[in-house]
Design a protein around this ligand. Structure first.
Ligand code: XMP
Length: 513
């Protein structure tokens, strides 16, 4: 049985970060919405519980609360920010609302720690913590001691060591908090008594055993896109069941230059499995002929993919198990608001009603992206595959603006390959979150030799971001951009101009369509 810590989600912005930090400490944790019942929590039998932050005041009518019974089930609890205030409020302390006072703190804050609190033991007596709060605790509940303070905040941390209840007003999960990870580690190991058995090596061994036990002598089919998640799922399944696994890779002709060959070569060379590549560029292009509207193009690409993929699977593999590369963030329920429902995500595929599998296998469903990458590396996937950038499901279809033709796709692939090559050579590729070329469908006048040209334009897009919800355009040095532009114009037919996209998100999106 793996020891589990529950991260109880009250809607804060750093909740996934808390969970990732806990796992980095070698402890498995799950994020559950605050609406989860106490019975369910007891069933899970967690080693500890962490209350997350949240945007509310404990006094808001709509603010998320939890039954105070949770504080007496004998499980250690750490409240962070709102979670700390909720703990204080629920146990009879005093939380002062921003309306009454203005002791709000945002950002890096000098904080003094008491060294007789286990959370801070062995750490310097003062340091920077990351604060983000309006309300504050003015009086701790009976049995609690104040264990940290700042110039403005009388209770920056509190503890009832006997009951193993701890609270911090600041955010230890954020890198700006000095020694924040050590504080979390002290809670997990010294308060909760965790042994730290969440390791990627043992994850692989356990997953292989589980897959074998579930699959027995049956077959498993997996849709392989060549992206990180499905590639790691394929490698893991191959390790567990070898040739009982069939990977179906649909090459719709809208991938990067040589991508289809690279994926096929990698998987057939490195892994034991049946590998099926469906080459269907012509079918896709004929369906897309004359279509220019972005949403219509997306719709056609999605529908065509669905048909091609399932038609192949239906007849030959429509029994046994279906596997997919769902990862943990795809299925976390949000603690925000009442409509706490699971996100639908591109990793989760809709199965046609007439295909009846024995079951679904999602071997990565408990892993964060960085854990998926660690597993991929341990399984021997090449680094460039494990660390590849996100690539949209509709492929170059959303980067060829206007009508998609074989010739225009080729133009874009060639330009994109040059960009990639130059970015790799100068070491900038690794500094970018995502970069690619776009064919905007604009023709401009130029001069080459002594002749007038009237050809296509290539746009270069490069962004840096943590989460792709917002993104900055990347400040690539001019000399690199210059080299890329020169090579594209000289080496790619039908292109006579290159521009650089300097739009952040918002107001732009990363992709152009
Ligand atoms: P946007 O353009 O929405 O892109 O700012 C954010 C991230 O999502 C990727 N993206 C997609 N991924 N199917 C996908 O699987 C899609 O239809 C799709 N559209 C955008 C995009 O590449 C970026 O990483």
């Amino acid at each position: 049985m793996k020891e589990t810590v529950i991260v109880l989600d009250f809607g804060g912005q750093y909740n996934q970060l808390i969970a990732r930090r806990v796992r980095e400490c070698g402890v498995y944790c799950e994020i559950l919405p605050y609406k989860v019942s106490l019975e369910r929590i007891k069933e899970i039998d967690p080693k500890g519980i962490i209350f997350t932050g949240g945007p509310n005041s404990v006094y808001d009518e709509s603010s998320p609360h939890y039954t105070p019974d949770i504080f007496s089930i004998g499980v250690p609890i750490l409240g962070i920010c709102y979670g700390c205030q909720l703990m204080a409020y629920s146990l009879g302390g005093t939380v002062v609302s921003a309306a009454d006072n203005s002791v709000s703190e945002y950002g890096k804050t000098e904080t003094g720690y008491s060294d007789d609190c286990v959370i801070f033991s062995g750490l310097p007596k003062s340091g920077i913590s990351w604060m983000s709060h309006r309300d504050y605790i003015s009086k701790v509940p009976d049995g609690f001691k104040v264990t940290a303070t700042t110039a403005h905040c009388p209770v920056a941390a509190m503890a009832d060591a006997e009951k193993k209840l701890y609270g911090v007003q600041f955010h230890p999960e954020v890198n700006h908090t000095e020694h924040g990870k050590e504080m979390l580690k002290s809670f997990l190991y010294d308060v909760c008594g965790c042994a730290g058995n969440w390791k990627m090596d043992s994850f692989i061994e356990d997953a292989v055993e589980q897959i074998k036990a579930q699959v027995r002598d049956r077959g498993v089919v997996l849709g392989l896109s060549g992206g990180v998640d499905s590639s790691v799922a394929a490698a893991l399944l191959s390790k567990a069941i070898g040739k009982q696994l069939t990977c179906v890779f649909v090459d719709q002709g809208l991938m990067r230059k040589n991508e289809g060959d690279y994926v096929e070569e990698t998987f057939t060379r490195l892994f034991d499995m049946n590998f099926i590549r469906i080459n269907c560029q012509d079918e896709f292009l004929s369906k897309l002929k004359g279509v220019t509207d972005p949403e219509e193009k997306r719709g056609i690409i999605g529908e065509e993919f669905y048909n091609v993929f399932w038609n192949r699977i239906r007849d030959e593999y429509g029994s046994g198990f279906f596997a997919q590369g769902t990862i943990y963030p795809d299925r976390i329920e949000s603690g925000k608001g009442d409509a706490a429902k699971i996100k639908t995500h591109h990793n989760q595929v809709e199965i046609p009603k007439d295909i009846k599998f024995e079951g679904i296998i999602e071997p990565l469903k408990d892993l964060f992206k960085d854990e998926v990458r660690a597993v991929g590396e341990k399984l021997g996937l090449p680094r460039e595959l494990v660390w590849r950038q996100p690539f949209p499901g509709p492929g170059l279809g959303v980067r060829v603006i206007g009508e998609i033709t074989a010739e225009r796709v080729k133009t874009l692939q060639e330009a994109d390959a040059i960009l990639r090559d130059e970015m790799d050579k100068c070491g900038y590729a690794e500094k970018m979150s995502q970069f690619f070329a776009v064919l905007p469908g604009v023709r401009t006048v130029g001069v080459m030799g002594d002749a007038r040209t009237y050809d296509e334009l290539i746009a270069i897009r490069a962004v840096t971001t943590d989460d792709f919800m917002t993104a900055d355009w990347a400040k690539i040095p001019y000399d690199i951009l210059g080299k890329v532009s020169n090579r594209i114009i000289n080496e790619v037919e039908h292109v006579n101009r290159v521009v650089y996209d300097i739009t952040s998100k918002p107001p732009g999106t990363v992709e152009w369509e």
